[in-house]
Design a protein around this ligand. Sequence first.
Ligand SMILES: [Zn+2]
Length: 105
Amino acid sequence: MDAHKHLSADAVFKRAKRICHSVSRATVYNTLNLLVKKNVLKAQVLLEETIVFDANTQPHHHFIDEETGEITDIPWEDLIIRGQENLKRVVIRDVQVIVRGKRKR
Ligand SMILES: [Zn+2]
């Protein structure tokens, strides 16, 4: 998987099918889940009701282009997040910002 792509399991299956015609949906889904368990991919819920698989497992944010649906990474250091220390009653597992909008022309 390209490090900058965010593909649904179905999109990965379609790409795999082009390369290997006999690959099954179950094989692709099981492999994706195994790669998530091994921290090679990160499962992200960025679109409603769709999990995408992200080859970038380092902390980063996302931009979702509402016109094209394209998801791109925003480097962690490009946004400043403050106030996590105020959340004293939770154990933080993950923090990210999802920016939705459209690209300037
Ligand atoms: Zn990403």
